[in-house]
Ligand binder design. Structure first.
Ligand SMILES: [Zn+2]
Length: 400
């Protein structure tokens, strides 16, 4: 269950990095790996053999000759082994299977009623992952399904990564005091799932999964990054020295109950008032609009109003962007990341993004923002399951 938390320097040329270089196409041979890692050919060969024996790498035909015997090419198997992933949201879950390079083989979006409780919700999602893994060619059974690679080969499930929209104690896989998840507090997700499927289960919060998925996909060359997930709830994931930073208990990056300037300060589910979640989350925008007499039922309705230029909704989106920017400015001054990226359903709201950006520049030290990239997370709906898969892949490689 525990992920190897060795510093990044110790991973240079480690099995995970070798695997990643092959998966991303940076290396196709042992010679490439030796050049990239600075390791001796014999050390690289040893590690490659171990990865091949574990089914994590395979040899495919011959590569280009440089005069002598033609070298065999290395590849990540795309059909022999798959990873399951669940990215649970407030109203929907994205489930999928991915190959060992982190590419989506199948993805499917399912409606979820979080209030049905953990046994029912997770039981159904696990069954869905098992069905996808058992019949990976059937990618079009639902209107929201997609197949990114067209792979049709069934593979053995190597593990399942699960993202939860609330605080997760990473070391135990237990949910701790989530807001808007009645019946889930204290639930041991890892133990529940381990009793139903016989593969490693890795549990984390949804913002960490988004951070890992976005970092591995778009920013793997950057060492320090902050990813904000702004949807129904609000949270962030932190990449420090190239790896996910969870802190002592797994709550690092949870900015939802940081206090922001708001008058009047709206009450928060945690018992305090004026928390970021109570001002700037999608749920807060729904509540605030309703309080103003605007008939809106959910976040989709709010986003539609903002897109239509509704003045109440737009003003609230700006206020939310300022509030996120205020907290983020503290984070940026303190942590000095190379990139801040915002994802989640509110990331497409232009007024929110503009005021977040302006507040960041206004409140940050010039040195912290001089080369800071401020972006949208561009990976789309599969970013969470991609992060979940990478959690499992890292675990599988570390465990072997
Ligand atoms: Zn709060």
């Amino acid at each position: 269950m525990t992920i190897d938390d060795a510093p990044r320097e110790a991973l240079r040329g480690g099995p995970r990095e070798l695997l990643r270089w092959v998966a991303t196409g940076a290396a196709v041979s042992r010679a490439d790996l030796s050049r990239l890692s600075g390791l001796s050919p014999s050390t690289v060969s040893q590690r490659v053999e171990a990865l091949i024996n574990q089914g994590l790498l395979e040899e495919t035909g011959a590569g280009r000759s440089r005069g002598g015997r033609r070298p065999r090419q290395l590849a990540v198997p795309t059909g022999g082994a798959v990873v399951g992933a669940i990215d649970l949201g407030a109203h929907h879950a994205r489930v999928g299977t991915l190959d060992l390079s982190g590419r989506v083989v199948q993805g499917r979006t399912l409606p979820v009623r979080i209030e049905d409780g953990p046994e029912q919700v997770l039981g159904a999602l696990l069954a869905e992952v098992a069905a996808l893994a058992a019949a990976p060619g059937d990618a079009t059974a639902s209107g929201t399904a997609s197949s990114a690679t067209g792979s049709t080969t069934a593979g053995a499930l190597r593990g399942i990564g699960i993202g939860i929209p609330g605080p997760v104690q990473h070391s135990t896989g237990r949910i701790v005091s989530p807001s808007r998840m009645p019946g889930w507090n204290g639930f041991d997700v890892a133990a529940f799932c381990a009793g139903r499927v016989d593969v490693p289960i890795i549990v984390d919060n949804d913002a960490n999964l988004m951070a890992l998925g976005a970092h591995r996909t778009a920013h793997s060359e950057l060492d320090h990054a902050v990813y904000i997930k702004a949807g129904t709830g609000i949270g962030s994931g932190v990449i420090s020295s190239g790896r996910l930073h969870r802190g002592a208990q797994g709550s690092a990056g949870d900015i939802s109950h940081c206090r922001v300037v708001a008058d009047p300060a709206p009450p928060c589910s945690c018992g305090n008032a004026g928390c970021l979640e109570a001002v700037a989350s999608g749920a807060a925008l729904v509540t605030a609009l309703r309080d103003q007499g605007v008939p809106v039922s959910d976040l989709t309705g709010v986003i539609r109003l903002i897109d239509d230029g509704d003045r109440h909704a737009t003003a609230l989106a700006r206020q939310a962007g300022r509030a996120i920017g205020e907290i983020l400015a503290v984070v940026v001054n303190f942590f000095n990341p190379q990139v801040v990226a915002i994802g989640g359903r509110l990331a497409d709201c232009e007024p929110l993004l503009a005021s977040m950006r302006a507040t960041l520049y206004e409140r940050c030290l010039p040195l912290a923002t001089q080369t800071l990239l401020i972006e949208r997370v561009a990976t789309g709906q599969d970013v969470g399951i991609t992060g979940a898969a990478h959690l499992v892949i890292d675990h599988v490689v570390a465990a072997n």
